[in-house]
Design a protein around this ligand. Structure first.
Ligand code: FAD
Length: 392
């Protein structure tokens, strides 16, 4: 019997497998994809903190130290920070690098292997797996569900709670006329209802663009409009799509995110940030917390849900507070109409407010900028008094 079977070789699953393999546990990591990291379902924007947390770096395509916000009614705002706030990376390369670390540490990494379901057996779990040529079973003491937003592990374990799921559609384009080192963000009901659109320069004349929305709004028509109208046209005039990207972004931490002999990490546990949709950094945090709790449980021979429950406390303490604040900010954002959005953008453009954002803006901890902005300009609270109160 294995000690640990990890389903999903995204950042959180591979990090979990790496953690256990380094400590000598018998680990198998499976992914249904033939090539780990493919198809890419990400804009590839991370904070420098993410590499620090990971413990090593990968090549960077661009460093970002500014942003432009394009809003309704021609509202516009540009930020310029004094340091690098985000890095643009090759996301499939990152995924493969973490899976390689797991493999080098001794994990058995199986590509093209799909988890189909599981049942509880004496002392653990029996998981049903399929590859190109056969169906077979793997017995394991611990099953880790790191299988993304629609986690089948969570569903079969009966711990997939209700959550908001965004659908995203994007593309890598040639001929992107963005501003070097600046991320472009687009908000407003015409362009990307209930979330935002993005444009990220990835090299000379190249960029990644995309939008995410929630049902009943489907992202594809909005993406088509965004691309064809050029939103705004000077950024995309003459641009050509190189390849398309699509995916789901789940919001809302699963509670519980564990049960007897099972733990969820990353998007499967709802770790994406409700402000930006980013989930790589928070997914890594959940992977480490899962390892800390489950390794103790493996050593004690007690993998009952009671013994794994400390996991929920760890994720809440380490990142849950920020995710909760993010969900307040998201609700406040959802309550705004286009006129209010345009008014807010003009207030954010006041020099002292802009300065506060440039100083405290942080993709991983968006609440920091919210606190400093509301402190600098308390009149913003009128837009969502109940939701923004915790920030003053
Ligand atoms: C369009 C888009 C843009 C994004 N941009 C960013 C960004 O710029 N920065 C950021 O931090 N985050 C971004 N995110 C979010 C980020 O991609 C996720 O939060 C992150 O991938 C979560 O990592 P994970 O390891 O939990 O799951 P995933 O990376 O989703 O990995 C899950 C893995 O499980 C595998 N799998 C699923 N089901 C099975 C099964 N039954 N059997 C075997 N394997 C299975 C999948 O093949 C996949 O490899 C974006 C998301 C989208 C959709």
């Amino acid at each position: 019997m294995l000690d640990v079977l990890v389903v999903g070789a995204g950042p959180s699953g591979s990090r979990t497998a790496w953690n256990f393999a380094k400590e000598g546990y018998k680990v198998t990591l499976i992914d249904r994809a033939e090539i780990i990291g493919e198809p890419c379902q990400c804009a590839g924007l991370i904070t420098p903190r993410t590499f620090e947390y990971l413990g090593y770096e990968r090549p960077i395509l661009q460093e970002m130290d500014g942003a432009r916000l394009w809003g309704p009614k021609d509202s516009f705002l540009e930020f310029q920070a004094s340091e690098t706030k985000a890095l643009v990376i090759d996301r499939p390369d990152l995924d493969r690098s973490i899976a390689e670390k797991a493999s080098e540490a001794g994990a058995n990494v199986l590509h093209g292997h799909t988890y189909l379901g599981h049942e509880k057996i004496e002392g653990g779990i029996e998981a049903k797996i399929r590859n190109k040529s056969e169906k077979f079973s793997i017995q394991t003491r611990l099953l880790v569900g790191a299988d993304g937003p629609l986690s089948r592990v969570a569903k079969n374990a009966g711990i997939s709670g209700k959550r908001e799921i965004l659908t995203a559609f994007g593309a890598d384009v040639k001929g992107y006329k963005g501003k070097d080192t600046h991320v472009d963000l687009f908000v407003g009901s015409e362009l990307a209802p209930r979330f935002f659109g993005w444009g990220i320069p990835t090299g000379p004349d190249e960029g990644r663009i995309g939008i995410a929305t929630t049902l009943p709004h489907k992202p594809m028509p909005f993406f088509r409009d965004y691309f064809l109208k050029g939103a705004p046209s000077k950024l995309l005039g003459g641009a050509k799509i190189i390849n398309l990207i699509s995916g789901l972004i789940p919001f809302g931490v699963a509670s519980p995110s564990y049960t007897d002999n099972i733990i969820l990490t990353g998007d499967a546990a709802g770790m994406a940030k409700p402000t930006s949709g980013g989930g790589i950094y928070s997914g890594l945090i959940s992977a480490d917390a899962a390892f800390e709790v489950a390794s103790k449980a493996l050593n004690s021979g007690d993998l009952s849900s009671v013994n794994l429950s400390e996991y929920q406390t760890l994720i809440v303490n380490r990142i849950g507070g920020e995710l909760t604040k993010g969900s307040y900010l998201r609700k406040a954002f959802l309550s705004l109409n286009d006129d209010q959005l345009a008014e807010i953008i003009s207030i954010l453009d006041e020099p002292k407010v802009k300065k506060a954002i440039e100083k405290t803006g942080d993709l991983d901890y968006a609440s920091l900028a919210a606190f400093s902005v509301l402190k600098t300009q308390p009149k913003l609270i009128k837009f969502a008094p109940h939701l923004l109160k915790p920030f003053i």
